[in-house]
Unconditional design. Structure first.
Ligand SMILES: Cc1cc2nc3c(=O)[nH]c(=O)nc-3n(C[C@H](O)[C@H](O)[C@H](O)COP(=O)(O)OP(=O)(O)OC[C@H]3O[C@@H](n4cnc5c(N)ncnc54)[C@H](O)[C@@H]3O)c2cc1C
Length: 382
């Protein structure tokens, strides 16, 4: 698809930012697992913390199609940078779709500017895929909820300052698994404690365990007019989340191909470039085909999202194919680069460490298959 004029301006700015402010620093920041604070500030200055927030609230109001192309570009340079604003924008989506007018006018402009930035706190020590098992509780006490529990693997919890937290509310909270879950907007200054977790890849950006001990949250910070809607609210937000993870997959699968294609033409064995050996050609052909399939499915899912259609099947397929493409292409890039793929002097070992996360986050790929199958049956009754 050829970008329109507005898109072309944004893509150009993103390309310049990536070449000038990100690429030269990736290796050092990644090796040190250091939070890219200056990069985060530049993302704020570019308005990307408000990429999908509507212009009424100070955002850029980008379509999912434009947004996903930006995510692809960013992930192709350093996937961690896309994490700075991706889960933040899922939180924003939940507020913009389901929050009260007061919540929207209070929070969305600050989210868009990056003054408040954060993400989503769903996963717990004992549940990730099965969110119905959430144990974090939010008990109403006059005009506040008192929140207690532990969340795991929360991106942006340490360096960010706000989270959308999935917690059990109301009478059903102790006995009934799948009822009574609500989303609360909790600011760090209300008192949660985040502890950084170590990771194989996706370094630089923080991922944390978050402890809530009697954290008092104003009742007005409940997302949505009533309790008990949190799971469906966050699942709606995860459609966009899955499209953006798919876009990350496209970016990573593409860069693995590009670097392998260049390397295969310069590395010689048995008197000729390895790109002239058929086994390497087959790898390159498979890698390129996966990139195209991943991109087309991602564009298709983003277009369905932009039309306002329910698109969990499309987003699930895009996420599944694009993230498996990233993982496969990272593995093949490692093989094509031989020992150099194993060295931190090349980017391949980073891609090899970063890619598996894509198959786990925003719903594992096993879960995506279950969603796709359920949708197939629902959409094709006999
Ligand atoms: C770096 C990183 C960042 C993250 N960021 C966030 C974040 O910001 N916020 C957040 O809330 N979470 C975050 N997560 C957590 C992530 O969303 C979960 O890890 C993911 O949902 C899977 O949950 P789990 O790890 O508990 O695995 P489990 O749910 O325990 O699953 C284990 C395995 O069983 C499979 N499985 C489970 N149920 C089924 C089933 N019914 N049928 C078939 N297979 C099944 C899974 O696919 C998986 O292979 C992050 C994780 C990582 C690693």
């Amino acid at each position: 698809m050829t970008p329109n004029e507005d898109e072309a301006v944004i893509f150009d700015a993103v390309d310049q930012f990536l070449e000038r402010d990100v690429r030269p620093y990736v290796r050092a920041l990644e090796a040190a697992d250091e939070y890219p604070a200056e990069i985060a500030d530049k993302i704020a200055a570019m308005g990307l913390f408000g990429a999908t927030i509507s212009e009424d609230y100070g955002g850029l109001g980008l379509s999912a199609q434009t947004y996903s192309k930006i995510v692809e570009k960013v992930a192709a340079v350093w996937m961690s940078v896309s994490g700075l604003f991706n889960s933040h924008l899922i939180m924003c989506m939940a507020v913009e779709r389901f929050g009260s007018d007061e919540m929207k006018t209070t929070y969305l402009p600050k989210f868009a500017s990056g003054e408040l930035r954060g993400g989503i706190a769903l996963t717990e020590p004992d549940c990730g895929t099965d969110l119905q098992g959430v144990r974090t509780r939010a008990e109403m006490d006059c005009d506040v909820y008192v929140v207690n529990g532990t969340k795991m693997w929360c991106t942006n919890a340490l360096n960010g300052n706000v989270l959308a937290v999935l917690a059990k509310t109301g009478q059903t909270q102790k006995s009934v698994r799948n009822k009574g879950m609500s989303l609360l907007l909790v600011e760090k200054e209300m008192g949660y404690k985040a502890t950084k977790l170590k990771k194989l890849g996706y370094r630089g950006i923080d991922t944390a365990e978050v402890q809530f001990d009697d954290v008092r949250v104003p009742v007005a910070n409940l997302i949505g007019p009533e309790e008990g809607k949190g799971l469906s609210q966050i699942l709606a937000g995860l459609e966009l989340g899955r499209i953006n993870v798919a876009a990350r997959g496209v970016g990573m699968a593409r860069v693995c191909l590009e670097e392998s294609l260049a390397y295969a033409q310069s590395r010689k064995t048995f008197g000729k470039p390895i790109s002239e050996h058929q086994t390497i050609q087959i790898k390159l052909a498979d890698m390129a085909t996966k990139v195209e399939a991943a991109r087309l499915l991602t564009e298709q899912a983003a277009a369905a999202y932009d039309r306002g259609e329910r698109c969990d099947l499309e987003a699930g397929m895009a996420k599944l194919v694009a993230t498996e493409a990233a993982l496969d292409n990272a593995t093949e890039a490692m093989r094509i680069h031989g020992a150099y793929g194993y060295s931190p002097e090349f980017n391949i070992e980073r891609y090899y460490r970063d890619a598996p996360l894509l198959c786990i986050g925003e719903g594992t790929n096993e879960l995506q298959r279950l969603i796709i199958a359920k949708q197939l049956v629902d959409r094709n009754p006999v």
